[in-house]
Write a protein that binds this ligand. Structure first.
Ligand code: ADP
Length: 406
């Protein structure tokens, strides 16, 4: 081939490739437009609007598993319009409703969008809305399931905890019956029944406190509260316990600090901390209750020189019925609910509990609460008014005197 022929040939090939490429691009555009057209046309009117207003994850899927329309939150599960539905369990659910033409609901554990996040427990409902399309609604029930599980555990634990003293009372009553002729034995058994009964009383009281704290309207008597009074009452309630345990109780720190809250609930929370501090401390040690006002926060710390709490237990001791020292807690009549009440009571007051502890050295539980200005007392108000009236009178007579001089 001569040079011009080669050039002509190259030109022809180039043109062919160019035309081919343009045809290919045009075809690809048309194909994509067709998908968009199809999706916008086939999804029934209003469905996209309904999906857009839904909080749940929902989408419309065609026969091939392609997502035609989706709610905003669908992205959380990696579901997006124009892409195929990836999750195999959800695809299977869609296939089964297409085959049967009915609706179906299933509980599934699915991973979100292939991301390495924790799998979520969902309730997925699929319905065939036309021969080609299905509607899929995915509701995330992970949190609800967690709460249900907590409730179930609480009921199971409570029944277990109640069984022990109730069983003991039954056995002791039988023992009294068979020892009826022996007054000394009867007295011993009766004393033990009384101890079990007070244990039952404490347990039911704490269960009630805890469920009250979890109710919507947990704080029934909210008003300005003097921390001094709350601490005095909490300490007062534990003087006898401290004396018989040989533990010294001391109060220190700032005075005249106020918070907004329910005094009875606060007294119970501080009381639980003080009771624990005494129980888990050796004879001859000291339990301190210190108050520190720090800007708009007040910190009330209950410290002991007791057995301390291992690091692995520090998070868990605020859980209901969790005991780091099971045997000691039961021996001393512990319920395993005291700290759970402290945590909920503090949270209800907009505060938090902090814990410092060293095994063998002791523990400090610090409750931090929002602080308020001390309320103005009625007699303060009266004397303020009196002072204002006196000042007004003095000003008037001064004005009068100045007027006389003028
Ligand atoms: P309990 O009625 O068993 O004391 P709490 O909820 O009050 O239940 O406390 C949970 C657990 O935390 C206790 O069983 C104990 O192991 C541990 N604990 C609480 N306070 C102290 C403390 N001051 N020192 C050492 N351990 C403590």
């Amino acid at each position: 081939m001569t040079l011009p022929q080669i050039a002509l040939f190259a030109l022809a090939v180039g043109m062919l490739i160019g035309v081919g490429m343009s045809l290919l691009v045009a075809w690809a555009y048309r194909a994509r437009a067709r998908v968009v057209e199809e999706t916008s046309n086939v999804v029934p009117d209003g469905v996209a609007d309904v999906l857009a207003s839904m909080d749940d994850t929902a989408c419309v899927v065609d026969a091939s598993g392609l997502v035609l329309a989706a709610s905003k939150s669908a992205a959380r599960f990696g579901i997006s319009v124009g892409s195929p539905l990836e999750n195999p369990e959800l695809r299977q659910l869609i296939r089964s409703v297409r085959a049967s033409g009915a609706s179906a609901t299933e509980s599934l554990r699915i991973t979100r969008g292939g991301l390495s996040l924790d799998p979520r427990l969902v309730s997925a409902r699929a319905s065939a809305i036309s021969p080609r399309m299905s509607l899929l609604i995915v509701r995330d029930v992970t949190e609800q399931e967690r709460l249900d599980q907590m409730r179930r555990d609480f009921v199971a634990n409570t029944s277990h905890e109640l069984k022990t003293p109730v069983g003991a009372v039954t056995l002791l009553a039988e023992a009294i019956e068979s020892a009826a002729d022996d007054p000394a034995q009867v007295r011993i058994f009766a004393a033990r029944i009384s101890a079990e009964a007070s244990r039952l009383g404490q347990l039911t009281g704490r269960i009630m406190s805890l469920s009250r704290l979890q109710a919507e309207d947990a704080l029934s008597d909210v008003r300005p509260v003097a921390i001094d009074e709350v601490i005095a009452a909490s300490i007062e309630g534990h003087v006898v316990q401290a004396d018989s345990a040989g533990v010294e109780l001391a109060r220190g720190g700032d005075r005249g600090v106020w918070v907004h809250g329910d005094p009875q609930i606060l007294i119970e929370a501080f009381g639980n901390l003080i009771a624990n501090a005494i129980v888990y401390s050796p004879k001859g040690s000291r339990v301190g209750v210190g108050v520190r006002a720090d800007g708009d926060v007040v910190e009330i710390a209950v410290s002991d020189q007791g057995i301390g709490i291992a690091e692995s237990d520090r998070e868990r001791i605020f859980e209901r019925f969790y005991r780091a020292d099971e045997a000691r807690s039961r021996r001393t009549g512990g319920t395993g609910l005291g700290l759970s009440i402290v945590k909920h009571a503090t949270q209800r007051h907009g505060g938090e509990v902090r814990l410092w502890s060293r095994p063998g050295r002791g523990s400090t539980f610090t409750i931090r609460l929002p602080r308020i200005d001390p309320p103005v007392r009625d007699d303060d108000k009266k004397s303020k008014k009196k002072r204002e009236r006196k000042a007004a009178r003095a000003a008037a007579s001064a004005r009068a005197r100045n007027g006389d001089r003028a």
